[in-house]
Ligand binder design. Sequence first.
Ligand code: BG6
Length: 507
Amino acid sequence: MSTLHNESCSPPAVIVIFGAAGDLTRRKLIPALFNLAKQELLPEQIAMVGIDRVEMDSQGYRDLLGEHIPDFVGEGFSRELWEANIGRAYYTAGDFLDDDSYRELARLLQQVDNEQGTPGNYLFYLATPPRFFGEIATRLGKAGLATEGDGHWRRIIIEKPFGHDLESARALNATLHQSFEEHQIYRIDHYLGKETVQNILTYRFGNGTVEPMWNHRYIDHVQITVAESLGVEGRAGYYEEAGALRDMVANHLLAVLSVIAMEPSNNFQADAIRDEQVKVLRAIQPFDPEQVLTEAVRGQYGEGVLDNGTHLRAYRDEPGVAADSGTETFVALKLMIDTWRWAGVPFYLRTGKRMPERRTEVVIQYRHAPNMMFRDSIAQRANIAANQLILRIQPDEGISMEFNAKVPGTVLQVSTVRMDFDYDDYFEESVAGSGYETLIYDCLCGDATLFKRADNIETCWALLQPILDVWSALPARDFPNYPAGSWGAAEADELLARDGRQWRRID
Ligand code: BG6
C-alpha cells in the first residue's frame, strides 16, 4: 500500500528468487520488477539473483527471461529499458535442499554486492512449491543469510499456500520463526495487493458518509463473490490436494472479508491495521460440525456448454485429475460475525472455477427504508428494491450504487437506477496489474501492511478446520453437481433462499 513511505523509498537491495525458472517468476515477478523499473520506483543499486535446479549461467538466465518478458508485460514493454536493467540479473543453479547451494548463494551475493554496490540488504522470494518453504528458510538461517545487522536487513516473502490446515500452518510458522523474526516475514496474499481491494479501506475510512451506515442498523447482509471462468489450467497436481476452500477461501476471500468488516485502526501503521483484521476474523462464529452440513456448500463442475456453444469438459476429465476425484471446485459459505457492528448480518461467500465469467465483487445489501410512504401506490405494489452498493474488484473495476428513482411521468412509478464510478474515467494509471508490483515494492520499503501475519493465517485456518474435517470425513456423494459454465451448486442458492435472500444476479 506504500502507506508509510514516499515514492522513492526503496533502498538498494538484492532480490533473490527461489524458483527462478518457474512459472510464477516468468509470468508475474519479472514483469512486476520490470514495471517497477519503468515507474522509476527502484533505486539505481538493485540486483536480482535467481536460484533454481536448472543448470545454466547468468547469461543463459538473462536470455531465458528475455524470451518471454514482452508477452508477459504486454503493451508497456520497452526493449531499451529491459536491456538497460537485465545486466543486473544473476543466476546460480542449486538444489534447495543442499547446504552447498546456500554456501554458493552467499558467495554470489558477496560478488553482487561488490559489483552492484548493494549494501547487504536481501529480499528472499520463495516462488517454489510449498514443501520447500520451511526447508529454504531453515537453510538460509544456517548459512547466516537471515541475520540482520550492521545497517542491513533481510526479508523473506512466502507465497501461498501457507500450510494446508491449521496444524501445518502452525508448524510452518514455528519453522520460519527459528530463522527469521516475524518482522522479517512477508506472507503474500496477492488479493491484498489489488488496487481495488486496497481502495476498500480508502472508500470506507476516507469518506465521512460511508462509515456511519456501515453496520447492522443499515446493512442487511454482505455477499463476496470470486468467480473464475478458468478451470484448473494444468495445475491439477496442486489443485487436487488443495480444492477451492484451501486455494481461495482460506486466503483471498477471508482477506477481502477482513477489509470489509474490520474496525478502523487509529493509525495507518502496518500492525495497527493488521490487528484490526485479525480481531474481526477471530470474531467470526466458529462452525460446529452440524453447521458445516447446512452452512458450507461444496461443488465440483461436470461438463457444460457456454452460451457461445463452447463445450467444457468436466473437472474429473481434466488432465491429472482422478476419475473419481472428490476435490471441490466451488464453495459457498455463510458466516456470522459476533461484534456490535455486524450482529445479525450474514456474510455470504462464494467462489468457484468454471463459472460463466471472471468476476470478483462485494455486494453490500442495505436494508429497506424503515417506512414506505408510497403506500397503496403502484410503486409500493411493485415492491421497491433495497439499495445495493457493489464494489467491483475485477474486471471492470469500480463502485456502483443502486438506488430508487421516480420514473418521469404523471403516475408515481419507482425504478431502480445505478450510479457508477469507473476507475478508467478518473485515473490514467491502470488498476488491472497483478498486485505483485505493490507487494514487492512494499516489501523492499519494509511496509508489511498488505502481508499476512502469523496470527491472521492461523485464525483463518482455525475457522475453516471444522469444514475441512467434516468434508474429509464425509466425501461428497453428489459430485459433479454443477455444469461448467454455470453459477455453481444449487445448494448455494438454497443457502440464501432459506434466509429469504438471493445472490446478486451477475450478467
Ligand atoms: C490463486 C489461486 O491464488 O489465485 C488460483 O491459486 C486462482 O487458483 C488465482 O486462479 C486467482 O487470482 P486472480 O488474481 O486471477 O483473481
